[in-house]
Design a protein around this ligand. Structure first.
Ligand code: DAH
Length: 334
């Protein structure tokens, strides 16, 4: 049985009309893809109609082929056009849904930052590391030997009093200064020595605006051949200039520490007044002897700074207790 040209052409026309009406109605991308397969797929309706071409006369075949191609092109371009429409409708819907109200208040993030005391310690360490010093540390629980005896602090010195020092029942104590780090370091190393030692120290002080039972010091120690007081002076001046600015007025005032001879305290002029910021001096020969150095060959200098004092001066903090209260309203200013 042959299939007439008219019959196939009628089928193609019906397919084309039905398909165009259906494609125009599609609402989703999935639906549209299903229609593409239904009409134009390998086993789709167009292919099915063309399967009958073999039964047509040789004259009719090219004509029906042409018609079939036209239907295919028409449907393909309609499918594409609908695809574009659905895509842009989707974007618009999404945009509508996700409208930004730029006048709404933002969500602010809180940033963590370094505590002013640690910042001050870091700054002091940076300066001395820049001058070639090595950072050293020691234990906070000390023995009488390291905290006092090796530092030439005599038995009857007031610092050893129960009034000033926290003792454990076994005779150990909480170090009252960072100077014991000097002894511990020198015991293990031979000169030349150049260390900067930060740390926490403890004293039985009544807490008030300028005193705390726990506070922080930074110790420096330099031992070598031919070290003089002029070296100490130059080092302290260079350090304070970097800490507070180059034109800072400062003065060395003769003082006394058991572990240095001669000893000095250094004041800086701050807001029109002299303010003591550190103790220092030439390492006492007896201290060098206690670690087995020959004081005839080696000399050295040492200094100790109170970190809280520096932080308070740098940031105009009027009460030391603010540094320990963990009050974010205060801390977030730094
Ligand atoms: N250790 C002393 C104190 O706590 C401070 C000090 C003074 C340290 C003079 C030193 C120094 O190294 O040479 O008060």
């Amino acid at each position: 049985m042959t299939t007439s040209f008219e019959q196939v052409e009628a089928e193609l026309t019906t397919l084309s009309q039905d398909a165009q009406a259906t494609i125009a109605q599609t609402k989703t991308l999935d639906e549209l893809e299903r229609l593409r397969v239904l009409y134009l797929g390998k086993k789709g309706q167009l292919s099915q109609i063309l399967r009958n071409m073999g039964k047509m006369s040789a004259d009719d075949r090219p004509r029906i082929g042409q018609t079939a191609n036209d239907v295919k092109d028409t449907l393909a371009s309609q499918l594409d056009q609908r695809l574009q429409e659905l895509l842009s409708a989707g974007i618009e819907a999404q945009l509508l849904e996700e409208t930004l109200d730029v006048t709404m208040p933002g969500v602010s993030r809180s940033f963590g930052h370094i505590h002013p005391l640690n910042r001050t310690i870091d700054r002091i360490l940076d300066i001395f590391v820049g001058l070639g010093y090595t950072v050293a540390t020691g234990p906070q629980v000390e023995t009488d030997y390291y905290n006092f005896a090796a530092l030439n602090i005599p038995e009857d010195h007031p610092a050893r009093d129960m009034q000033d020092t926290f003792f454990f029942s076994d005779g150990r104590l909480l170090r009252t200064h960072t100077s014991p780090v000097q002894i511990r370091y020198m015991e293990k190393q031979q000169p030349p020595i150049k260390i900067v030692a930060p740390g926490r120290v403890y004293r039985r002080d009544t807490v008030d605006a300028t005193h705390s039972a726990v506070f922080h010091q930074v110790e420096i120690l330099l031992v070598d051949q031919g070290v003089s007081f002029a070296d100490l002076r130059g080092t302290i001046k260079a350090f304070l200039a970097q800490m507070f600015g180059p034109d800072l007025p400062l003065r060395f005032r003769a003082s006394y520490f058991p572990f240095t001879e001669p000893s000095a305290e250094v004041d800086i002029e701050w807001k029109g007044k002299w303010l003591e910021v550190l103790g220092c001096g030439m390492v006492d020969p007896s201290v060098l002897q206690s670690v087995g150095y020959d004081p005839e060959i080696y000399t050295g200098f040492a200094a100790g700074f109170g970190v809280e004092r520096f932080a308070m001066v740098l940031h105009q903090i009027d009460d030391i207790r603010r540094l320990y209260n963990s009050d974010l309203r205060f801390l977030s200013q730094f």
